[in-house]
Design a protein around this ligand. Structure first.
Ligand SMILES: [Zn+2]
Ligand SMILES: [Zn+2]
Length: 200
């Protein structure tokens, strides 16, 4: 699977969040402790098992809220008192660090990306030189085209891309590089995009 699990935090307040705790929860908790951070939030980009499988174990160890898009909430087995439902454009702070949530459906109905400090944590929506599948249950090629071309392509060129899987030669890219080299960002119309992904 080669998932990337991200930790982000405020070095001043030592508060931290984990994004997509799918695996290796003890190692995540050790890393936080070694770095002197306290876990205060969990974000999930979407509800596929490889991104959320460790949620139960993590929540047993830390009583913290889980932020997911409202369309994804039904896919998550999280207690309603712990689940914080968010929408497009919402901003959640980790310490004093603002995290902006972008609703990017297509891979799943409630997929979301996190924009923080010029970095985009893109889950399974955008990969380096690739994009997420839209032929799985809940996937929608039309929505994915809108999310990629209508939303992510409009981010600042210098935005650094941190994808949800290690599918490329390098772990990160930029929006500028993806606009130049990612085949799935080259389509000008939905029809062209559908011809390629709709029949995958
Ligand atoms: Zn997925
Ligand atoms: Zn995935």
């Amino acid at each position: 699977m080669q998932n990337f699990i991200y930790l982000l935090g405020d070095p001043a307040t030592r508060e931290a969040a984990v994004v997509d705790p799918g695996w290796e929860i003890p190692r995540l908790l050790d890393t936080l402790q070694q770095d002197g951070y306290r876990l205060t939030r969990v974000f999930v980009t979407h509800g596929h098992f490889d991104h959320v499988m460790g949620l139960g174990q993590l929540l047993d160890a830390a009583d913290v809220p889980v932020y997911a898009h409202r369309e994804e909430a039904p896919a998550l087995a999280v207690d309603p008192s712990t689940l914080k439902v968010v929408g497009d454009g919402d901003v959640v702070h980790v310490g004093s660090v603002p995290v902006t949530l972008l609703h990017t459906p297509g891979h799943t109905p409630g997929s979301q990306c996190l924009l923080v400090d010029g970095r985009l944590l893109s889950g399974d929506t955008l990969f380096i030189r690739a994009c997420g599948r839209c032929d799985l249950p809940g996937g929608d090629p039309k929505q994915l085209f809108e999310s990629l071309s209508g939303k992510l392509k409009n981010l600042d060129d210098g935005t650094i891309l941190y994808p949800g899987h290690n599918y490329a030669e390098v772990p990160t890219s930029t929006i500028a590089d993806e606009k130049r080299h990612n085949p799935f960002l080259q389509f000008q119309t939905l029809e062209e995009f559908l011809r390629v992904v709709g029949v995958r």
